[in-house]
Design a protein around this ligand. Structure first.
Ligand SMILES: Nc1nc2c(ncn2[C@@H]2O[C@H](COP(=O)(O)OP(=O)(O)OP(=O)(O)O)[C@@H](O)[C@H]2O)c(=O)[nH]1
Ligand SMILES: [Mg+2]
Ligand SMILES: [Zn+2]
Length: 288
């Protein structure tokens, strides 16, 4: 039988097929390495006499993420809080770069807009509004979710982002029957407490699905070279054709049109700073 893995807990997976959910485990080779089955996987499974199932095969994935360990999504909702916790632009941009690398479109969802003045909020939105779809919401008070719903209608999307930004609250606001657990952020550190422990897929309607995922603390860049990373900043592309050197890396080459665009404020300085620090990170990790 064919089904979809919608949740995994402690070596058990929950496979959904025609609205029936069966608990099971991976067979042999699949079982040895839990990472081999990801939430979102289309799988082949066999029912056992005790009502549980054995997953025998994972079908080819359209795409797969390492962290969170999910697969087969149409869009990634990079979720941030306007405040508490404050946005960490490096980790936001890392998620964007990973998604670009996998060819998965990004939506930036700024939550907790009730906690920040409009002027301050616009500074965050301005960094992304010309690059990605940006939605601003206040999930605690059910504001702005209609626009998010419009963008994700008919698709399978995943809420990802640091602990405490409100991913599970957004899910509950869209789908109250999800009843996902939410947790206060720490007053002292202003960080979330890793309330959500497992990725899980929730169906909003027959064609729209949303993954809630655990917050993360650190992420690795995809395994790419310095020459490749610039392609993962989509806003560079319209300027880079006019750099003097065709292979310009936009670091300190003369007549670099990307740097010029940064100086003119046409490319966000925050994003460019991220770009330079990703280059450093690749250099440090490179074996050569
Ligand atoms: N003021 C305000 N608080 C919010 C909003 N959305 C969520 N919160 C609060 O933020 C805290 C964290 O929310 P969660 O939904 O648990 O965050 P999460 O991203 O799922 O966190 P993890 O599961 O740990 O990754 C809770 O106390 C929520 O009530 C919002 O729009 N405004
Ligand atoms: Mg959560
Ligand atoms: Zn350049």
């Amino acid at each position: 039988m064919k089904g979809k893995v919608i949740k995994g807990i402690g070596g058990f997976y929950f496979v959904k097929s025609n609205d029936i959910i069966t608990r099971g485990q991976g067979r042999g080779n699949l079982k040895k390495n839990n990472q081999l089955i990801k939430i979102g996987d289309e799988v082949e499974y066999e029912l056992r006499s005790d009502g549980e199932c054995i997953i025998t095969k994972v079908y080819e994935r359209r795409n797969e993420f390492v962290r969170p360990s999910i697969s087969n999504i149409d869009k990634l909702i990079v979720t941030i809080a306007a405040k508490s916790p404050n946005p960490n632009f490096l980790s936001i941009d890392k998620l964007c770069v990973i998604s670009e690398y996998l060819n998965v479109p990004v939506i930036i969802c700024v939550n907790k807009i009730d906690l920040l003045k409009k002027k301050e909020l616009d500074k965050i939105i301005d960094v992304y509004k010309d690059i990605y779809d940006v939605v601003a919401v206040d999930a605690k008070h059910d504001k702005g979710l209609d626009e998010l719903l419009k963008i994700i209608e008919g698709q399978t999307v995943a809420l990802v982002g640091p602990s405490g930004v409100g991913k599970s609250t957004i899910l509950n606001s869209i789908l109250p029957m999800a009843k996902a657990e939410t947790g206060e952020i720490s007053r002292k550190t202003e960080r979330g407490k890793n309330t959500t422990r497992h990725a899980e897929i929730f169906s909003i309607n027959s064609t729209t699905n949303i993954f809630d995922t655990p917050g993360f603390t650190s992420l690795d860049l995809p395994d790419i070279s310095i020459a490749e990373i610039r392609k993962l900043f989509p806003e560079f592309s319209i300027y880079s054709n006019d750099c003097k050197f065709r292979d310009c890396k936009h670091i300190n080459e003369p007549e670099c049109n990307v740097k010029l665009a940064v100086d003119k404020g046409l490319i966000s300085f925050s994003r460019y700073k991220t770009y330079l620090s990703f280059i450093d990170e690749i250099r440090k990790n490179s074996k050569y």
